[in-house]
Design a protein around this ligand. Structure first.
Ligand code: SAM
Ligand code: SF4
Length: 427
C-alpha cells in the first residue's frame, strides 16, 4: 500500500516539475512514507529520519517530509522532537503536498496536514509507475473493522471505494504501459463497495480487460470471502488462484477479543471451500502470537488451525501494542520471552508446511510468468506460478513477461525448480 501511495505522491510531484532520484545525498526534498502497524516499522522510520537529519546538516536547504500513517498517529511527537522535519502529511492529504511545499518556501515553519477524509480515493490521479511486471492498484482506502490490535482504522480513517470506471481505466492504462499483472490493494480489499457494486462485480469487470494476463488482490478479510467470489475466480483464467487469508489466531476466545468477527471453524470452512473450488490455489496467512491474554491452550489452538489448513506461507508477528487501540489497554499483556518462544514455534511449523505444500508440486506442470533473471544463475529465469510460488528454470528461448508451462522437478527451501516444456507436450 505504501509503494502504491508513494507512486501517487511521485505523480503529483512530477506535475509540479520535480524529478525523482534514488540518491538521498543529492536530493533537494526527501519524503519518508511511513507505516505504524508495528513498533518495528516505526523504529525503522525513526532511524531513517536520524540519518536524513545528518544529511540536512550538510545541506540546510534540504526539505524533509514524513508522509502516511506515522504522520497521522505521531504528528505531535514528530513536531516536538524532530524540528528538522519540514512537512507532516497524513494519508488523505497527498493532494496538498504541492501547496505545502510552496508554503514552506515562504514560511520556513513545519507545514502539517493530517485531516482524514470520508471521501478521498484519489480516483482521478494516476500513479507514476516504474516499468515492471506488476502494477499495484488501490481500489479502496481505510478500514471500518476495528480489530482491537490494529492502528489502521485510526491512521487511515473510514472505508471508501473508488469507482469501477476509474479502476477499469487504470487497469487498461497499466496494460497499455506493458504491465502483465495487476494486484488490487485495500486494507480490506474485499469490503469493496461502490454504489452497491461489491468486490466480485469489480473483479469480473477487470478480468475482462483485454490483454490483462494476471489479476491478484490483497488483503481480503475472511468474513467477506464468499462462494460467489471464489466462483468468479474459478471462471476467469487470468484471476490467479492465490488467496491471502489472514487468520491472526486459531482460538475463538482470542478471535473474539481481537474483534475479528469469525470463529476458527468458519475460517477452516472457508479454506476448505477455497481448496474445493480452486484446487491449485495457494493460501497464505498472517498470524499474531502473544496477543494479550493468549494462554498456552489458545496458542495450541492456533497451531491446530495451521495443521488443519496447511498454509503455503505465513507472515508471523509478535503482538505489538499500538497506542490508542483497545488491546493496548488490556492488562494481561504477554511477556516478550513468551512471545518470542511462540513465534519461533510457529515459524518452524510453517516451514514444515511450506516444504510439504511445495513438494506436492513436483511432477506437475505450472504456468509461470517470467519476471527476472535468477540471482544465482544468469542462464536461468525466475518466475511465479499463479499460486505465487517462485520457480527457477533454464531460459531456453523464453523472454521476460512470457507465461510458459514449466514441469516442476524439485523443491528446495521455498523455491521450486523445473524446466520449460513445449506446449504440445503440455497439452
Ligand atoms: N486487513 C487485513 C486483515 O484484516 O487481515 C490485514 C492488514 S494489516 C495492515 C497486516 C497485518 O499486520 C495483519 O494481518 C496483522 O497480522 C498484522 N498486525 C496488525 N496490527 C498488529 C499489531 N498490533 N501487532 C502485530 N501484528 C499486527
Ligand atoms: Fe486492521 Fe485489517 Fe482489522 Fe482493518 S480488518 S482493523 S486493517 S487488521
Amino acid at each position: 500500500m505504501n509503494v502504491s501511495d508513494s507512486e501517487l505522491v511521485e505523480s503529483l510531484l512530477k506535475k509540479e516539475g520535480y524529478e525523482s532520484i534514488n540518491d538521498p545525498d543529492n536530493a533537494d526534498v526527501l519524503f519518508v512514507n511511513t507505516c505504524s502497524i508495528r513498533e518495528h516499522a516505526e523504529d525503522k522510520v525513526h532511524s531513517l529520519l536520524g540519518r536524513y537529519n545528518l544529511l540536512k546538516k550538510n545541506k540546510p536547504s534540504m526539505i524533509i517530509g514524513v508522509l502516511g500513517c506515522m504522520a497521522q498517529s505521531l504528528k505531535h511527537d514528530i513536531l516536538e522532537n524532530r524540528p528538522y522535519v519540514d512537512i507532516v502529511l497524513g494519508p488523505d492529504s497527498y493532494r496538498k503536498l504541492p501547496e505545502l511545499l510552496n508554503r514552506h518556501e515562504v514560511n520556513k515553519k513545519s507545514q502539517v496536514d493530517t485531516q482524514l477524509s470520508k471521501y478521498e480515493v484519489y480516483d482521478d490521479l494516476f500513479p507514476s509507475r516504474k516499468e515492471g511486471i506488476n502494477a499495484w492498484i488501490t481500489i479502496m482506502r481505510g478500514c471500518d473493522k476495528f480489530c482491537s490490535f490494529c492502528i489502521v482504522p485510526f491512521t487511515r480513517g473510514r472505508e471508501r471505494s473508488r469507482s469501477i470506471d476509474g479502476i477499469v481505466s487504470e487497469v487498461e492504462n497499466a496494460v497499455k504501459d506493458g504491465f502483465s499483472e495487476v494486484t488490487l490493494l485495500g486494507q480490506n480489499v474485499n469490503s469493496y463497495n461502490y454504489d452497491g457494486n461489491k468486490f466480485p462485480v469489480l473483479l469480473e469487470s477487470l478480468a475482462q480487460v483485454t490483454g490483462l494476463k494476471r489479476l491478484r488482490y490483497t488483503s481480503p478479510h475472511p468474513k467477506d470471502i464468499t462462494i460467489g467470489l471464489l466462483d468468479i475466480m474459478n471462471r476467469y483464467d487470468n484471476i490467479c488462484n492465490s488467496i491471502h487469508l489472514p487468520l491472526q489466531s486459531g482460538s475463538d476466545r482470542i478471535l473474539k477479543r481481537m474483534n475479528r468477527t469469525y470463529t476458527s471453524d468458519h475460517f477452516v470452512n472457508i479454506a476448505r471451500s477455497i481448496r474445493e473450488i480452486l484446487p491449485n490455489a495457494g493460501i497464505s496467512t498472517d498470524i499474531i502470537v502473544g496477543f494479550p491474554g493468549e494462554s498456552d491452550k489458545d496458542f495450541v489452538e492456533t497451531m491446530s488451525v495451521m495443521e488443519e489448513v496447511n498454509f503455503d506461507s505465513a507472515f508471523t508477528f509478535k503482538y505489538s501494542p499500538r497506542k490508542g487501540t483497545k488491546a493496548a489497554e488490556y492488562e494481561d499483556q504477554i511477556s516478550e520471552e513468551v512471545k518470542q518462544n511462540r513465534l519461533e514455534q510457529i515459524i518452524l511449523l510453517q516451514k514444515s508446511h511450506t516444504i510439504l505444500r511445495n513438494q506436492s508440486y513436483i511432477g506437475k506442470i505450472e504456468n509461470v510468468l517470467i519476471e527476472k533473471q535468477s540471482k544465482r544463475n544468469s542462464g536461468k529465469w525466475a518466475g511465479r506460478t499463479e499460486s505465487n510460488k517462485w520457480v527457477i528454470f533454464d531460459k531456453e528461448h523464453a523472454n521476460i513477461k512470457d507465461i510458459v508451462p514449466v514441469l516442476i522437478m524439485k523443491s528446495r527451501d521455498i523455491t521450486l525448480h523445473g524446466k520449460i516444456i513445449n506446449k504440445a507436450k503440455a497439452a
